[in-house]
Write a protein that binds this ligand. Sequence first.
Ligand code: DON
Length: 610
Amino acid sequence: MTKGATTVRHRLSDLLASPERAVRGLTAVLAVAVLSLGACAPAEDAGGGGDGAAVNFPDGWEYPPSEALTTSASGGMVVTTDSLASAAGREMLRAGGNAVDAAIAVQFALAVVHPAAGNIGGGGFMVVRTGGDSTASLDFREEAPGAATGDMYLDEQGEATDASWTGPRASGVPGAVSGMRKAHEKYGSLPWKRLLQPAIRFAEGIVMDREMHDNIDGETDRLTQFPASAAKWLPADGEPVAVGDTFRQPHMARTLRAIASTGGEAFYTGWIADSLVAQMERSGGIITHEDLSAYEAVWREPIEAEYRGYRLVSMPPPSSGGVTIAEILNITESFGLDTLGYHSADHVHVAVEAMRRAYGDRNYYLGDPDFEEMPLEMLTSQPYADSLAASIRMDTVSASSDFNKVPLESTETTHFSVVDSAGNAVAITTTVNGYFGSAVTVRGAGFVMNNEMNDFAVNPGQPNAFGLVQGEVNAIEPGKRMLSSMSPTIVVNPEGRTELVTGTPGGATIITTVYQQISNHVDYGLDVGTAVNAPRFHHQNLPNEVEYEQNGLADSVVAELESRGHEMIEEDGFSGDVESIFIAPDGTLVGAADPRRGGSALGIDFGGGG
Ligand code: DON
């Protein structure tokens, strides 16, 4: 949870500044103002999820249910971590575009307004369910360069070095531009060029806000190591542009214009590719022209699983998200979570024991499907889950070692959800991995490169940056895609209607956070705002501990879980940044942006207003 935890939040005063951020400030303020006029109702009023069952959160919990801030609309909804990115998506819906058009505009906008995670130098995953019930998932995950080797991050003593985290060798071949291009080819309705317009505008100048400033500031030590990064991100005598001043990204604007005018070709074979390869050669990286021109995003069959009559549609490998969430849900099914009190010791115990078992499998079995055979049918089957459930004892913990199959040797991501008036739903989680990825900026092209290579089992059997202990199946090989936890997910209700679109960043905690959104909705009937605000907990088998958000569980529950043998770790802050959309039976779209990082839900009503 370390990399996913955050306490950074928007302050309204920071949003109310000049040029493009004035738009950002305005949209944030408008959403609040309209809320008080009743056009955007709190989730309970809008029927925002399940039956709106009441829950009590512990004393001291930061985000009480009554303060769940949701936005309702009839004709489209965009929920992202950033109000400018949400505005970019809404601009496409207003222009007559569909949910995929809006999502593509958001992906490019986030690369400019939320560069710690939004990207063109990284990758991600998209899950789509159209209004007509066809589903698809797109893998635009980075892949290992052709010159990568299994031991490229090990020193002479066989210990992992920092090179998979910081610097040019930390990057996989970026997939975001190819992914957006593929998504547009299959589903796009607006011209490609139109989709990049908001991002280009933002690159020409936005107001530096507190969050972006602090994100850059927090990575100063890494960014100063690379001249093009220092020049772009720390231009004010080694400091970021001051909060409230205009932040211009001219190189990024030029890059985006080239992507717009060449349909993305410039990125993989044109001058952007030249700049990227030159950057690699200058600083000791290994990505080549051949790696770039060979890269292609891939359509894959989504993982689908049934849970209590609902259908989960989520991401297959090389994301571990869909399989692991399905396994957790299946293991818990026979316990009837709805009969256990919400966040009671019994509820947390069962969920944690299911997480432990599912992560044990995740770490051992899952990798890139183009390289590895994986028993996906077994892992997502109910009989297999039942056999694992049978070993759960209510009075005591199980041993992590019983479920770890990996032989042991001695953040930043963002999610967004979009639904349009035709019922097309899109969930995208995208990342450069750590904040500002590898900290390397491509000179002259203005974007940061990912540090996704750290998601491989750099040293199988030893923990990565997220503490995940993974096996040979996820070892580095040329051209292979590293295993991810990103879990963009769509939940279909028993009547066959899309009901929830959700996802989050948070490294290894992504899976358990998305699982809890589904359980909050299906098992406990929480409205979507309350489900997002609810405290989260996490277990990933190794390390053998339950992490929970600050003040997120009642003292008595923590004590009871400790008495059953759980190691309980209270976080310093909060975990994840969920952006969800609930579709009510009458078709009302309820967007819920996570208050933990000050996200933004913007809707339009039929006729284009809102
Ligand atoms: O793909 C993954 O699982 C990781 N690269 C995600 C990293 C992440 O969520 C960091 N953000 N908080």
